[in-house]
Design a protein around this ligand. Structure first.
Ligand SMILES: [Zn+2]
Ligand SMILES: [Zn+2]
Length: 252
């Protein structure tokens, strides 16, 4: 039984969050290719192996929104639908309906208690479709505040400024924030510089930068992480710098 709380970045927005007694994976995607042949993106970042134990110990698959690079059927399928539950944004559970997981939608501002952990959905500014042809659907996009035994982790999913949720009045110990894709779509994505502003707004000392260096959807290569290091006041705030790296959560 693990006694420390650990986060591990598996590339893009996939983060394994392990608290004693509960394991959560965010937006799991390890596929080599996203989308249809001829239309999509390829993985150029490292693909860490998900161990059998990591798969079978996963309690919650936590999904921010329905985009193909966040809700990946072939990766989700690898988990055990008799044990693992899916939590996702309102209007998105139909995407995974065929996989027969216990799937719960979380509307903005709502929280659930599960295995001594509170997961609260927060509204973010982003694009609410799965395919561009779906514009006008009821799909929504979430960020999450995950709280366990005095630890609070913010997981941003994909987001653009301004913030659409009330800043939590509890201390955030780690902000998991997207830093890529802003160069070609800054209405839907925050930049590395803006991620620092978000972390500061949340009063989070530590940042786990994600959504960079993994898929060809983010065409900037290492540019976002370079920008993050160039703009941050204290580089020790950036806790994970490469795919596959882990970090033990700290309260200060
Ligand atoms: Zn997205
Ligand atoms: Zn994305």
């Amino acid at each position: 039984m693990k006694t420390s709380s650990v986060v591990k970045w598996l590339g893009h927005s996939t983060v394994m969050i392990q608290f004693p007694g509960i394991s959560i994976i965010t937006d799991p995607i390890l596929s080599k290719w996203i989308g249809q042949p001829g239309f999509g993106a390829f993985r150029y970042g490292k693909t860490p192996r998900l161990t059998k134990a990591e798969i079978s110990n996963t309690d919650v698959i936590l999904i921010s929104h329905a985009h193909l690079d966040h809700m990946d059927i072939s990766t989700i399928k690898r988990f055990d639908n008799t044990r693992t539950i899916i939590m996702t944004a309102r209007g998105t559970s139909d995407v995974v309906a065929g996989l027969e997981f216990d799937t719960r939608e979380l509307a903005w501002g709502k929280s659930v208690e599960f295995k001594n952990t509170t997961i609260k959905a927060l509204r973010v500014n982003h694009l609410n479709w799965r395919y561009p042809t779906e514009i006008g659907t009821e799909r929504t996009c979430n960020a999450y505040l995950i709280s366990h035994d005095g630890y609070n982790i913010f997981f941003g999913g994909d987001m653009a400024l301004p913030l659409r949720f009330r800043v939590p009045d509890i201390p955030v110990h780690l902000a998991i924030l997207p830093i890529g894709s802003s160069l070609y779509n800054n209405n839907a994505h925050i930049s590395a510089e803006q991620a620092i502003v978000v972390a500061d707004t949340l009063h989070s000392k530590y940042i786990l930068p994600m959504h960079w260096g993994t898929y060809s959807t983010t065409i900037e290569g290492r540019e976002p992480i370079k920008q993050l290091f160039e703009n941050i006041n204290d580089p020790s705030r950036i806790v994970i710098k490469r795919i596959g790296q882990s970090w033990i959560l700290k309260k200060k």
